[in-house]
Design a protein around this ligand. Structure first.
Ligand code: NDP
Length: 285
């Protein structure tokens, strides 16, 4: 068997063009959606993500601003800027690029973002909304995974979904979003005994570990949907996922590549959340 490869680039473009019409309508009504991205320090990977986000915003007509701070900036300075952006009527989404330098307490910084502008969905209010099934801003990476499943007509209800990784930005929200849609969930971590025993039982396997090519074909049930969230920079500069693409594609039913899988979807879902935030702001006027 050879898996159907899910093209994240094509799907992300399709979603952007769907949402561009929402942005165009807002602009006609005098409200251009606006996104502010805060970046502290000069982590090269973060700088690339921020540049890609700005480019994607331009494509759909979102005004975007990057607020850069030096590595030694104080948490108070960054918080003061977030407070200004909270009351800036041109800005509907505020995103703090993670990770922040070690002298920052990320949760304190995120807690200052207005819940109406928290387009990453990491504010505790929005986390609570997700837990209770009243999601306002679905976190962008798992939201992108859900869209990939939906656009490929992959049924979630009743299936067994196994998620490898329990981070607050991928694993946990992914589990909640699949649970909400009726899947039976297993979450695996670095402490899981016999990982393969769990992954082999997955109808849908979502992998977010951060270790290159760790999931091999013997760990996958024939015909399973395998979603590779991992992005690992290899010594030769290339990117690899957490799934061993070449062997797993012979076993899985569907598989996402890296690059060109979940990564571009994450950015498109950020744009959707920003446009949705602007629509809600307009409805409040
Ligand atoms: P974290 O480091 O926060 O979490 C990794 C998780 O993997 C942890 O829960 C950890 O378990 C688990 N883990 C580590 N080793 C093993 C193991 N041997 N067996 C089972 N579980 C293990 O990473 P993130 O969730 O932030 O990111 C994961 C990957 O996804 C990274 O490669 C990252 O670059 C990528 N990523 C991609 C995005 C995209 O848009 N495509 C967006 C965000 C992240 P424990 O908790 O026990 O330590």
């Amino acid at each position: 068997m050879s898996a159907k490869i899910i093209d994240g680039n094509a799907l992300a473009r399709e979603i952007r063009s769907e949402w561009k019409s929402h942005a165009d309508l807002l602009i006609e009504r005098g409200m251009q959606p606006g996104l502010a991205v805060i970046i502290v320090g000069s982590n090269p990977a973060s700088s690339i993500y921020v540049r890609n986000k700005a480019r994607a915003c331009d494509e759909v007509g979102i005004h975007s601003e990057v607020h850069s701070f030096p590595e030694n900036a104080s948490q108070d300075e960054v918080i003061a800027r977030i407070r200004e952006l909270n009351i800036d009527a041109r800005i509907h989404g505020i995103l703090v690029q993670l990770p922040l330098p070690n002298h920052f307490e990320s949760s304190e910084v995120i807690s200052v973002i207005s819940v109406e502008k928290d387009v990453d969905g990491f504010h505790l209010y929005n986390v609570g909304a997700l837990v209770t099934g009243n999601t306002v801003f679905p976190p962008c990476t798992p939201f992108g995974v859900i869209k990939m499943l939906e656009k490929n007509n992959i049924a979630i209800e009743g299936c067994h979904a196994v998620i490898v990784g329990r981070s607050n930005i991928v694993g946990k929200p992914m589990a909640l979003m699949l649970l909400e849609r009726g899947a039976t969930i297993t979450i695996c971590t670095s402490k899981t005994r016999d990982l393969a025993e769990h992954t082999r039982r997955a109808d849908i396997l979502v992998v977010a570990i951060g270790r290159p090519r760790m999931i091999t074909s013997s760990m996958v049930k024939p015909g399973a949907v395998v979603i590779d969230v991992g992005i690992n920079r290899m010594p030769d500069g290339s990117l690899a996922g957490d799934v061993d693409f070449e062997s797993v594609k012979e076993v899985a039913g569907h598989l996402t590549p890296v690059p060109g899988g979940v990564g571009p979807m994450t950015i498109s879902m950020l744009l959707c959340n920003t446009i949705a935030a602007a629509e809600r702001a307009l409805a409040r006027i």
